[in-house]
Design a binder for this molecule. Structure first.
Ligand code: PLP
Length: 409
């Protein structure tokens, strides 16, 4: 007997991060911060070990009238000025597709809304094999099955395996929902090339001859892509989608404005089929109304104020940290190459992931902790959060890790 619905697992969340964060903290308390390397935390930290909270964003928030913070949003889909500014900021003139924007509680809200409203219970969602853990959890909570695609073919995106996954799912159901977390993929730090995106769109269009296709493009880390505006040019490729394809771009203020706790983001729905676009908007609006009702008004007002009145300042402040992130990741990647520490192809972003099978990973992860190095286990790898490691802690880390790995592997 259970009070919760039968279709949902009652197993506790497998907590791969917080338990290790706690261990790292205990180690710091016991042995001092100098001895410990904590590469667990997935938020941006400065060189002094403090969480980065962008001044431009939080000064704007604090200058808002109390009533702006107190108010409900003006629509379940989000404030119109927020929706417009999100679209302009994210697409940056790189799309001509008909679209709708629905404000969501972070990227989480946008991804879950898409998965839950586009697929019926018992259907299958297509997810990357190495990915942010919440995707799988969302699938489970919505009674969906998962088909994974392998991410890499050598150093390139594995379009062949995505095609295999699509074919396997098309044999079972009339629709595809595919998640691609790019650019700055979590946890590998891979970013697809425009050419790879063209291959994806060609695949989606081929599938769309017989099936409806929804691509969920999770761009949670896009504003920390090293190419900045250039990293948004791939959106142009979506202009070639077939009528039977919809793209939902999932955007979040969590990283873009270092506003993780403010729970604000958006789903940008794009498709050439205007009837389907209207239907998706209507359903997403009802989903919003039925679950979170409306989005944090202060967070939306902050986003609008920053982009309309303090854009240059915001870009300058954020880019300082983009450069810092690049400095850290350059050090780690270069030193990893020097000592032969293998990792998945990394281009940019918050994380680098060492590649290894799960047996080696488990022993390695334990051995690292014995040596005061704390990381996060992911499928087929060990995630190193360069986003929260100072330059000083990053230097020499690859060699230390390689030496420990050589002892366990
Ligand atoms: N997508 C990915 C890949 C993430 O790593 C995260 C956060 O860690 C999110 C989406 C969503 O975060 P939030 O709901 O805070 O926007």
């Amino acid at each position: 007997m259970s009070f919760v619905k039968k279709s949902v697992s009652t197993e506790p969340i497998v907590d791969t991060v917080f338990a290790i964060v706690r261990k790292a903290k205990e180690d710091v308390a016991k042995n001092g911060a100098d001895v410990v390397t904590d590469a667990t935390i997935g938020s941006l930290y400065d060189e002094q070990g403090q969480l980065v909270a962008l001044d431009t964003c939080f000064s704007s928030l604090k200058a808002l009238d109390n009533r702006v913070l107190a108010k409900y949003a003006s629509a379940f889909t989000g404030n119109p000025d927020f929706c417009k500014d999100v679209y302009d900021w994210v697409l940056n003139g790189n799309s001509t597709l008909p679209h709708e924007v629905i404000a969501t509680p972070g990227g989480t809200g946008a991804v879950d809304m898409t998965i839950s409203e586009c697929l019926d219970a018992g259907q299958t969602v297509i997810l990357p094999e190495i990915a942010w853990g919440s995707y799988k959890l969302m699938a489970g909570m919505n009674s969906l099955n998962v088909e994974n695609y392998a991410l890499f073919d050598g150093d390139a995106f594995n379009i062949k395996d995505l095609e295999r996954a699509c074919k396997a799912v098309m044999a079972k159901q009339d629709k595809l929902v595919i998640v691609i977390n790019d650019p700055c993929q979590n946890p590998t730090g891979y970013s697809m090339t425009i050419d790879e995106w063209k291959q994806v769109v060609a695949l989606l269009n081929a599938c769309a001859k017989t099936h409806e296709v929804v691509l969920l493009n999770d761009i949670a880390y896009i504003d920390f892509a090293y190419g900045q505006e250039k990293s948004k040019e791939y959106f142009k490729v979506f202009d070639d989608i077939d009528e039977n394809v919809a793209v939902v771009v999932s955007f979040s203020l969590s990283k873009s404005m270092t506003a993780y706790g403010m729970r604000c983001g958006a789903a940008i729905v794009m498709t050439k089929n205007e009837d389907n676009l209207r239907d998706m908007k209507n359903v997403f609006e009802k989903d919003a109304r039925a679950t979170w009702s409306n989005i944090n008004n202060g967070a939306m007002a902050m986003f609008v104020d920053v982009l309309e009145n303090h854009k240059e300042e915001y870009n300058a402040e954020r880019r300082k940290y983009v450069a810092l992130l690049k400095e850290r990741s350059d050090i780690f990647i270069q030193e990893a190459a020097e000592v032969g520490l293998k990792h998945y192809p990394y281009r940019e972003g918050f994380f680098v992931t060492l590649s290894m099978d799960n047996d080696v990973r488990d022993a390695f992860h334990e051995a690292l902790m014995k040596n005061h190095i704390y990381t996060v286990k992911v499928n087929q790898g060990i995630r190193v959060a360069v986003c929260s490691l100072s330059v000083a802690k990053t230097k020499g880390l690859a060699k230390k890790m390689k030496d420990i790995l050589d002892q366990v592997a």
